[in-house]
Design a protein around this ligand. Structure first.
Ligand code: MG
Length: 398
């Protein structure tokens, strides 16, 4: 340390735990099974339309990093399936390489943790989820140490609020879904996305009915959930676009880069992808092929460091960013909003209305989503504090 420098406040402990919060409303994306889907003994079921496993409850992994001076930084990462795998990576490996480090060096720490497992091919999946949670907590601490919001640390806020879009219309019939969308429209929201597997009368009928209910000015997107072959998805997208499709999300399996590029080149409808990515390297593979026009990073997979690298690479390629929002307490939603306002090309954020509002009770924050837009959390760092008493009953015991 040179003379005149402030003594660094180093990390003294890293704690990670999984939360399991019951839910009673079926929703696409991973919660309670619908009729005909059987939940196994560990609470998982497979949704046949996209062959994906989901839990029957809200699950998340929360990370608490404490410094020698007693500051606490909060992180959160994706933990809806087999969260024990991510916890093991954090507790058995990463903790010892984070303790003693200076949170102000958060990007350097992220890079060193990433480098540790490169040669083994652990450059995605659970390993990067673990890094994401630690990264968010370190950015929260860096903000608290310096007295700045994370957005300020990232170069400054471009806006005071973040426009939101309604994600998912969890009702049984198309008529009910159209009515439900109209209820949100009356509350000031005019951007919507429906999930293809839940379009009980087909995606074309779905958008036709929603368009009639919501009017010309509403924006309506469709999430195809990686379930279609390229030519099939092109045909569906073109048919939906008779009713003015805002964007088509995840049209082909995520590993089919050529197919994605083919779909994108054959339709004027913007193709959106990115929720399963972990790093900017996932982004460059698609963006360099011009395989998408909208990029959807998920903070629970990327952390702040990789989210910003993805957003900036997207911006350098003149693409819009519309971040994904998954299941959680709202810690990574706070991080995602901080990163969103710090990204010039982030135009709108997904709003998982059933998750966000329900789980806000477990954190202390001014963050909200009303009248079509998110209000940013205030205060240093992420602008949230976890209510440790409130979450105690939901901590999973291993
Ligand atoms: Mg999606």
């Amino acid at each position: 340390m040179q003379s005149g420098q402030v003594k660094p406040d180093l990390v003294s402990s890293v704690e990670a735990f999984a939360l399991s919060i019951p839910r009673d409303t079926a929703l696409y994306g991973g919660f309670k099974a619908r009729d005909g889907e059987s939940v196994n003994k560990n609470g998982y079921f497979i949704r046949p339309e996209n062959r994906t496993v989901y839990p029957d409850r809200d699950r998340s992994i929360v990370i608490k990093i404490t410094t020698e001076a007693g500051l606490v930084g909060w992180g959160e990462t994706y933990g809806i399936v087999a969260p024990g795998a991510t916890l093991a990576i954090i507790n058995e490996l990463l903790v010892d390489f984070v303790i003693g480090r200076d949170p102000l060096n958060r990007e350097a720490i992220h890079e060193s943790l990433y480098d540790m497992q490169r040669v083994r091919g652990y450059n995605g999946g659970y390993y990067l989820d673990a890094l994401a949670g630690i990264d968010i907590a370190l950015w929260d601490l860096a903000g608290k140490i310096s007295g700045c919001s994370v957005a300020q640390l990232l170069g400054g806020s471009r806006r005071d609020t973040v426009p939101a879009y309604i994600s998912g219309l969890p009702k049984q019939t198309l008529a009910e879904r159209a009515e439900y969308a109209r209820e949100w429209q009356a509350k000031g929201f005019n951007h919507f996305k429906f999930a293809a597997p839940l379009a009980s009368e087909g995606v074309v009928e779905e958008i036709k009915t929603l368009r009639a209910a919501l009017g010309k000015k509403a924006k309506i997107a469709c999430d195809l959930l990686w379930a279609y072959e390229a030519h099939e998805s092109i045909s569906l997208i073109e048919q939906m676009n008779q009713y003015d499709l805002w964007f088509a999300e995840a049209p082909v399996p995520s590993e089919d880069l050529e197919g994605l590029s083919h779909v994108s080149s054959r339709t004027s409808v913007p193709i959106a992808v990115g929720e399963e990515w972990r790093t900017v390297y996932d982004a460059t593979l698609r963006i360099n092929k011009r395989a998408c026009r909208i990029v959807q990073p998920e903070m629970g997979h990327t952390g702040i460091t990789q989210f910003m690298r993805i957003a900036r690479y997207s911006g350098a390629n003149h693409l819009e960013v519309l971040p994904h929002a998954t299941i959680g307490l709202g810690i990574f939603m706070a991080a995602s909003l901080q990163a969103s306002v710090a990204s010039q090309n982030c135009v709108r954020h997904e709003y998982q209305h059933q998750v966000f509002n329900k789980n806000l009770r477990y954190i202390k924050t001014t963050m909200a989503c009303e009248n079509g837009e998110y209000t940013l959390p205030t205060g240093p760092g992420l602008g949230i504090e976890v209510d440790e008493q409130a979450i105690k009953p939901f901590i999973e015991q291993s």
